[in-house]
Design a binder for this molecule. Structure first.
Ligand code: UN1
Length: 506
């Protein structure tokens, strides 16, 4: 199947060069393997501890000049970046496919998400609104002004190697912050390309050079940045385990965090659901991106009246899903990111069976002969008798646990019984049922959808979730406020000094 495709490393090198990357400056011995074939891609350097400290130092030094640049002018830098991302959309998608194994359509979609957030951020740069409040004191004005925060450290995950970074960076830059980025280990090359395009936008706009810094480092390097007091906000996307490490370190120094951690997303299929729609929604959300989105659908609750019918159709669809090299036309499911991920998938399937589950389809490794160093699996559907311990865990692989229900209140309680709280969905034609799911007594997640799957959110709505998902919100609504500090200001023009609360003193 792969024979027609050119060697991945050649495609990658060409895409990097097209994005203006100077390979002699970033190159080095550290290579990562493509999940598609296991073959090594282009090597990069790895930053030392000193280099990390120096990068944070450069971002801190660039902050005052950037802070003092009017926000709409900051927006122009992001506007230019968005244009360059548009121009190089295909090159970036090639890198995302090579490093993550996403299908070209999903890789292009990820780059589109960067372009969309750039658009949003440009508009936001003229709308960093503060409020004015009526003062209780005569001749006084009370207002709130939003100021830039400082250096923002962004830690991004392998599965959305460029989009989630851009959600943070586009907003942080218009908010007047400077950014230090630690991409996932395995997606250093797409990071280098995206950073090179930002460097070009910065240079062309005459903005301070130091406002963006890229760290090519491992988890230890990331710890160094997280502990650095000069980093005002750490915005981290990844596992709950990572969040547990980052959160306390930043809290100890009273820094701020914005955490976007695991999801264990559920969907309820009600008796009145349009099953054609539900089928498509379920299969995309559960099997798309090989189950490696934090919004991937992992738990399906089907009303017993439609359970047999829907489950059969999902299984049939899974049987025909084309799994393989994502560069091959028609393939919908690419590889898992690495061996560890495959081992976790196997362990979860074994645990599910021990806990009374039945694998209805999938789960096995595929293409092992052709690609002994790549890990392809057929997405699995597992029928579970109840929400057993393994169903409470997020396994970052395409495993869909299916359970049945009879009563909406009971199933909503079950839906909410897991530690994570990112995304959720109900498929129903009953409006009252949909409203109950969306109400305060319904889904406890940050994202709640009706007649749409759990994944594939668009820019504009705040993205993030509750409980172990970490509570952060990104990429829309009021998310920009996380990157700024509010200053509450009282101005007295009365010539008197009345005290609030009627207090009298001298
Ligand atoms: C993630 O998996 O980290 O809603 C982000 C979605 C995408 C973003 C996912 N827009 O699935």
């Amino acid at each position: 199947r792969t024979s027609s495709a050119s060697p991945l490393a050649d495609d990658v090198r060409a895409a990097l060069e097209a994005c203006g990357v100077d390979l002699t400056a970033v190159g080095g011995d550290s290579t990562v393997a493509s999940p598609i074939t296991g073959e090594p891609l282009v090597g990069t350097r790895l930053d030392s501890t000193d280099a990390i400290d120096a990068a944070v130092g450069r971002a801190a030094a660039a902050f005052p000049a950037w802070r003092d640049t009017p926000a709409p002018l900051r927006g122009q830098v992001v506007k230019r970046w968005g244009e360059l991302l548009t121009e190089h959309k295909q090159h970036l998608a090639t890198l995302v496919t090579a490093e993550v194994g996403k299908t070209p359509s999903e890789a292009l979609g990820e780059v589109q998400e960067m372009i969309d957030i750039a658009d949003l951020a440009v508009g936001q740069s003229r709308q960093l609104f503060g409020k004015t409040m009526p003062s209780e004191r005569p001749g006084h004005r009370l207002q709130e002004v939003w100021h830039p925060l400082g250096v923002v450290g962004v830690i991004s995950a392998f599965n959305f190697p460029v989009a989630v970074y851009a959600w943070n960076t586009a907003l942080a830059l218009v908010c007047g912050d400077t950014v230090v980025w630690k991409p996932a280990d395995v997606t250093r090359l797409s990071a280098i390309a995206v950073d090179a395009l930002l460097a070009r936008a910065v240079a062309e706009s005459g903005a301070p050079e130091g406002i963006h810094q890229l760290l090519l480092t491992d988890a230890d390097g990331s710890k160094r940045m997280v502990a650095d007091r000069r980093v005002a906000l750490v915005s981290a996307t990844g596992s709950v385990r990572m969040g547990r490490e980052v959160g306390p370190v930043v809290a100890e120094r009273f820094g701020r965090t914005l955490l976007e951690l695991g999801g264990n997303n559920g969907a309820i299929i009600a008796p009145s659901a349009d099953l054609d729609l539900a089928l498509r929604g379920v299969v995309f959300a559960a099997a798309g991106t090989a189950g490696q989105r934090c919004t991937t659908l992992r738990r399906l609750f089907v009303h017993s009246s439609v359970a047999d019918q829907l489950t059969k159709r999902v299984v049939a669809a899974y049987e025909t899903l084309a799994v393989g090299d994502p560069r091959t036309e028609g393939v919908l499911v690419g590889p898992l990111v690495n061996r560890r991920s495959f081992e976790a998938q196997q362990a979860a399937l074994a645990a599910a069976q021990e806990q009374g589950g039945t694998v209805l389809v999938g789960g096995d490794r595929e293409l092992a002969d052709e690609h002994p160093d790549a890990y392809y699996v057929r997405p699995a559907v597992v029928s579970m008798p109840s929400q057993t311990p393994i169903v409470h865990e997020e396994t970052f692989a395409p495993i869909l646990y299916v359970m049945t229900y009879d009563d909406l209140d009971v199933v909503v309680a079950e839906h909410n019984a897991v530690p994570q709280g990112l995304s959720s969905a109900i498929f129903t034609s009953d409006q009252a049922e949909a409203e109950r799911f969306l109400s305060a007594a319904g889904s406890d997640c940050g994202i709640a959808n009706v007649n749409i799957g759990t994944s594939g959110a668009e820019i504009g709505g705040a993205f993030g979730g509750e409980k172990e998902t970490g509570g952060g919100r990104e990429s829309g609504s009021d998310a920009w406020k996380a990157y700024m500090r509010p200053s509450t200001q009282t101005i007295n023009y009365s010539g008197q000094l009345p005290l609030a609360q009627g207090v009298t003193f001298i």
